[in-house]
Design a binder for this molecule. Structure first.
Ligand SMILES: [Mg+2]
Ligand SMILES: [Zn+2]
Ligand SMILES: [Zn+2]
Length: 822
């Protein structure tokens, strides 16, 4: 019978020394663990009453064998009590809140009556604050009249009363005097003296097993080492006390005991050096086992390693569909799919069994009603012959199988999408470059994971919900995230721009294997080649990057295809009107034709392309000069006090704003001129079509770099009232505050270079901080929201069925589908 119990509540508390002793199966008192024969010593840390870690031995406490006995706690009685480091702060607060003589709460009784003892939590903080005020100001106890002395806390575990060091035994004595009623007012459910340890629990040996090395030496767990340290000091302290050693020596040893007990709990306390191994490696004690990413919670409880997965470096393959992923044969032969035998696949599966596990389209196991049988050379013929409908064959991954592909950090749901397998040679996982964006993948060494769903339900669900073509529209902003980019855009621009003409031969070359050209036509324009990819009844006009694009009945009447066409409005319209299959086909085909086109024309960029004619350079120089004079004029009028103040700002702020505006204007104008003269070169084409780069990038290369900013302001920090020693003190001119008047091509002046580096450093730091912080934020959000679900009635509920939102996202709109509203 299975006994099911419902947990009503969980309460965290403290063990008293009595409870620790009651819990214990053995008192541990000697630091020695094994005798000369290698048997564990009774009363040592490997005491057989604490559980079993060796096969064939029975537990001395419960009689269970290895695996049956979970292990039992022991305990160590400390010669002198020590502070529980986890409660050091609470001890400090309580010392301040209570009287040093009588132990009462430092609040008069009549005032205390006003607080509601039944609901202490609501007033807890005010009671604490009220009581501590008395001792902080060295007032008198309202109960016994004793003058209080200010308590000082020095991390991690020292307390001073005035100049006197408070001994742990003194603290313990004081805490024992505190009445239960006073504790209830403070909202405490445990006796405060439990925060001071006179015994410590010894973890069962199953939690700190020793490892037998090849040389038959034993290597002990870090926790055992730590406990040995505690026992050793504990023993020495006892011996010294018994022999009447001077107080100073005893206090030193006591402090050492405190250190070892503290680091037994947490070896990462700030303010004390971590306990180390002989090798210099810090010991991993209790807190280290639980904490952070590698700790028990995040590594073993929230996360589990999975089977049926693969991971390797990724690479590009423009020839496979966006729906596909190229899987190395080596991986395909390691991963398996369970396939049920039916009349239609029985012959194919027989062939796979005959191939065995070592030949590619092969199989590992056959599962019949009797059980699982491994396919081997000796039995494969028989297994193939006896294969029956209803059996299951665990076969290799094959072309067309469904897998889930993932790249970390998995920040949104399109970080995991479903792909169809293409088993191909070589050792990398390959994806179509149009799918890089949702994964944020590039090929500078990125690795990705592959998961093979193992049941028909999982496969169907992945196929319907997670397939790449279903994720073309981003759930984040409702526009395509998958689609042609970079060279695809440039290639399509070069193909579809006005005035292109191809012979039938050339056109066939571009479209071979992708689309069929209309019969009989001898010459084609680029637009005519492109329109073969469009649905025959598509009529649409939209504003592209380079002007209006007009499509009527599947014919590209006017306009060129740019990033709006490859991965913007046009793609979105195709997706909405014709569905994901047509959209996927459009992406697959348009990118391939674009690549062929760009390869046919050739496309490159060189430094000489960003040359500006003399006249252009002079005009930019003039603009910079004019801006500087204007800034000087502003500064002059500021000094004269003639500057008009912007409402809500100080005079200095107003000046800053005017200067910023003036210099911003200079850059815009400089950019316009650079654009005007740069003409129609490759860089400009890429920027204008939305393939890569921007006109701002170009401006900074050939025009001027512009104002550098730190914390959104002109650069002001540096030496005493100046940024650099190159300038006069109090100089507010453009060049002294981070305005870069030169461009990257001619090169920056040293001061400009320095300012530019300041701005660059800020953005670098920002990104580093942002990723760290957003990761933490994301983890907390996931933990808070993980069991929310959208129900069929469109309400959002948690796991108990409580409604969190009446409408999903308060408006009931799925951003991925919001385009259907338009
Ligand atoms: Mg990368
Ligand atoms: Zn046991
Ligand atoms: Zn008192």
């Amino acid at each position: 019978m299975i006994v099911r119990k419902k947990i009503d509540r969980i309460e965290f508390g403290l063990f008293s020394s009595k409870m620790i002793q009651k819990l214990s199966a053995a008192k541990i008192y000697t630091p020695n663990t094994y005798d000369e024969d290698g048997y564990p010593i009774e009363g040592g840390l490997m005491d057989p009453r604490l559980g079993v870690i060796d096969p064939g031995i029975r537990c001395k406490t419960c009689g269970g064998r290895l695996g049956e006995c979970q292990g039992h706690f022991g305990h160590v009685d400390l010669t002198r009590p020590v502070i529980h480091v986890g409660y050091a702060k609470e001890i400090y607060l309580l010392l301040r809140a209570t009287c040093r003589a009588c132990g009462r709460l430092l609040i008069p009784d009549d005032e205390l009556k006003k607080y509601d003892i039944e609901h202490p939590s609501s007033l807890k903080s005010s009671i604490w604050g009220r009581a501590q005020k008395v001792s902080d100001t060295e007032g008198r106890c309202p109960h016994c009249g004793e003058k209080q002395i200010k308590i000082k806390f020095i991390r991690p575990y020292s307390y001073y009363e005035g100049e006197n060091n408070l001994l742990v035994t003194d603290i313990c004595e004081r805490f024992e005097k505190i009445t239960d009623d006073d504790l209830r007012y403070l909202g405490l459910h445990v006796r405060p003296e439990w925060m001071i340890l006179s015994s410590i629990p010894v973890l069962p040996i199953t939690t700190r097993p020793s490892i037998t090395l090849e040389s038959s030496d034993r290597s002990e767990d870090d926790l055992t080492h730590k406990l040995v340290d505690i026992l050793r000091i504990n023993q020495r302290l006892e011996e010294n006390i018994n022999s009447g050693a001077p107080q100073l020596i005893i206090e030193d040893l006591w402090d050492l005991l405190q250190y070892h007990v503290a680091t037994y709990f947490d070896n990462g306390i700030t303010g004390i050096p971590p306990a180390r191994h002989r090798s210099g490696r810090p010991l991993k004690t209790i807190a280290q086992r639980l904490k952070s990413k590698e700790g028990r919670f995040r590594k073993n409880l929230s996360g589990k390693r999975v089977n049926f997965s693969a991971r390797t470096v990724i690479g590009p393959d423009p020839n496979i569909s966006i729906n596909e992923v190229a899987v190395p044969r080596l991986i395909a032969m390691e991963l398996t799919v369970p396939e049920q035998v039916n009349e239609r696949n029985i012959d194919d599966l027989r062939k796979l069994i005959l191939n065995g596990p070592k030949v590619h389209p092969g199989a590992y196991n056959v599962i019949t009603s009797i059980g699982r049988k491994r396919i081997m050379d000796e039995n494969k013929e028989e297994l193939a012959k006896n294969l029956r409908v209803g059996d299951i064959v665990e076969r290799h991954l094959q072309d067309g199988d469904i897998v889930i592909f993932n790249r970390q950090p998995s920040l949104h749901r399109i970080s995991m999408m479903c792909h169809y397998v293409r088993v191909l040679p070589q050792n990398t996982l390959r994806l179509n470059t149009a799918v890089c964006a949702p994964y944020n993948a590039d090929f500078d060494g990125d690795e990705m994971n592959l998961h093979v769903p193992q049941s028909e339900e999982a496969i169907a669900e992945a196929d319907v919900l997670m397939k790449v073509q279903e994720c073309i529209i981003s759930p984040r902003f409702g526009r395509p995230i998958i689609g042609g980019r970079h060279d695809h855009v440039t290639g399509m621009y070069m193909l579809t721009k006005d005035g292109t003409s191809f012979t039938r031969g050339e056109a066939l070359d571009l479209t071979r294997g992708i689309v069929r050209l209309p019969k009989g036509k001898k010459r084609f324009t680029g637009k005519e080649i492109f329109e073969q990819l469009l649905p025959k009844d598509l009529t649409l006009s939209y504003e592209g990057k380079l002007g209006k694009v007009c499509i009527r009945n599947g014919k590209l009447i006017s306009g060129v295809i740019d990033s709006e066409g490859m991965s913007g409005t046009l793609l979105k319209e195709i997706f909405i009107r014709y569905g994901s299959d047509v959209a996927r086909e459009f992406i697959d085909n348009s990118t391939r034709i674009a690549i062929r086109a760009i390869m046919k024309y050739g496309f490159s960029i060189g430094i000489d392309e960003s040359d500006l004619p003399r006249e252009g350079l002079e005009r930019i120089e003039k603009i910079v000069e004019d801006a500087k004079t204007e800034v000087d004029r502003l500064i002059k009028s500021y000094h004269k006090g003639e500057l008009r103040i912007i409402p809500g700002k100080s005079l200095e702020e107003s000046l800053e704003d005017y200067i910023m505006a003036e210099l911003g204007k200079a850059r815009t104008m400089g950019g316009k001129i650079a654009e005007e003269y740069a003409g129609d070169n490759s860089a400009v084409i890429m920027a204008r079509t939305g393939a890569r780069g921007s006109l701002l990038n170009l401006t900074q290369m050939v025009g001027l770099v512009g104002q550098q900013a730190v914390r959104g302001k002109r650069i002001k920090r540096g030496y005493n009232s100046r940024t650099l020693s190159h300038f006069m003190k109090g100089d507010v001119s453009a060049e002294a505050n981070g305005f870069v008047a030169t461009n990257f091509k001619t090169g920056l002046r040293p001061t400009e270079y320095f300012f530019h580096s300041m701005g660059g450093r800020e953005s670098l730091v920002d990104t580093a901080i942002r990723t760290a912080r957003s990761g933490y934020m994301q983890r907390r959000l996931i933990n808070a929201l993980q069991d929310l679900k959208v129900y069929p009635d469109r309400t959002v509920r948690d796991d108990s069925g409580t409604i969190v939102q009446f409408k999903y996202g308060e408006d009931g709109i799925d951003p991925m589908k919001k385009c259907y509203l338009e």
